[in-house]
Design a protein around this ligand. Structure first.
Ligand SMILES: NC(=O)c1ccc[n+]([C@@H]2O[C@H](COP(=O)([O-])OP(=O)(O)OC[C@H]3O[C@@H](n4cnc5c(N)ncnc54)[C@H](O)[C@@H]3O)[C@@H](O)[C@H]2O)c1
Length: 264
């Protein structure tokens, strides 16, 4: 699809990867709608895109809230008349091991609180589901063609210290095949579904990681650096433009080989 003139809704579009996707899509001539929890950051990104000659709107929205996701999609339609690209990008981490032991006694010292498990599932998994559902139902009803894009992660292969996060990211990477299959069953042929799995990307989310672990992981990256958000945005552009890309996941990791071990 040609990006110029499309309407793109991006959750978590006020920071990091989502912000970069919003800027890239707007620069290509899409009308961009950002849904995010951070009102100040939403305003900043919308203002900057608009001042650069692009078209953008922002909505304060929590992806875990059904009504917020409906309102976000309604706002996109009200502002720009359609929805063509839906990027389920908002995501969080809350890292920790399930069982933590005392170094001296070997006995359990601490366990991962269920709140830390549920919080990540709620944002990354339920939030992505609601984003896709509320976007897709309007696209189907109005026969608006387009693509649903989930932001997964290379950690879908299983990263120690991220049982919650990795569980959500492996799940959303399955959705392109599931949803493209469901759309086939229902005779919906004009909405593609893709996921993109970044490696470690230089964004604020990484501040929540153990920095020693991050440094060790970066040494396993073939290109020996973090991926830039603009490199993920370039993959989103490719996914929108290439009509043959469907029911699949694209990894953009800089060559993350885990040469030695996943346990850092
Ligand atoms: N940075 C990385 O290394 C990396 C790697 C792989 C995948 N990812 C994924 O990319 C996506 C974006 O991550 P990022 O690195 O840009 O993070 P980020 O922290 O820079 O941005 C995340 C954005 O999501 C918003 N957000 C958080 N919870 C929300 C909610 N409940 N409702 C609405 N908005 C919410 C935040 O306000 C923020 O603007 C996430 O899904 C993340 O898991 C990131």
């Amino acid at each position: 699809m040609e990006i110029k003139g499309l309407v793109a809704v991006i959750t978590g579009g006020a920071s990091g990867i989502g912000e970069s996707i919003a800027r890239e899509m707007a620069a290509e001539g899409a009308k961009v709608v950002i849904g995010d929890l951070d009102q100040v950051a939403v305003n900043r990104v919308v203002t900057e895109i608009t001042e650069a000659g692009g078209q953008a709107a922002g909505v304060l929205a929590n992806v875990t809230d059904e009504n917020d996701m409906a309102k976000l999609m309604q706002a996109a339609v009200a502002a720009f008349g359609a929805i063509n690209v839906v990027v389920a990008n908002a995501g969080v981490i809350r890292d920790g091991v399930m069982i933590n032991t005392d170094k001296e006694t070997g006995k359990v010292r601490k366990v991962m609180p269920v709140e830390d498990f549920r919080f990540v599932l709620d944002v990354n998994l339920v939030g992505a589901f609601l984003t896709f559902r509320e976007g897709a139902r309007r696209m189907v009803d109005n026969r608006w063609p387009g693509v649903l894009i989930a932001v997964s992660s290379i950690n879908k292969t299983g990263q120690v210290g991220q049982i919650n996060y990795s569980s959500t990211k492996v799940a959303v990477a399955l959705w392109p095949k599931i949803l493209a299959g469901e759309f086939m069953m229902k005779g919906i042929h004009n909405i593609r579904v893709v996921s993109i799995s970044p490696g470690y990307v230089a964004t604020p989310i990484l501040a929540g990681m153990d920095q020693n672990a991050l440094a060790a992981i970066t040494r396993d990256v073939h290109i020996q650096r973090l991926v830039q958000p603009s490199e993920i945005a370039a993959a989103v552009k490719f996914a929108v433009e290439n009509d043959a890309l469907d029911a699949t996941d694209i990894e953009v990791t800089g060559g993350l080989c885990y040469a030695k071990s996943r346990a850092k």
